[in-house]
Design a protein around this ligand. Sequence first.
Ligand SMILES: [Zn+2]
Length: 73
Amino acid sequence: MHTNNSEKEAVPIFYGKRAKEEEIENILVDTEIYSCIDDSCIGWMRKDFVTDDLLCPMCGNEMMSEIRELPKI
Ligand SMILES: [Zn+2]
């Protein structure tokens, strides 16, 4: 008995091009940050990432808290 058992599995290929481009929504939320007290310095940090001494990462000056609209993270 000879059985030809070479059925090809026809798997449709629908993968690969799906959801590649996730839409990145820029949702701005009021975020507490610390910004440098030096007006000429652009240094600031999110409160979540601020250092213990609250010093500016750019120039080492003090920073003060401030509310800024930032993209959600
Ligand atoms: Zn600074």
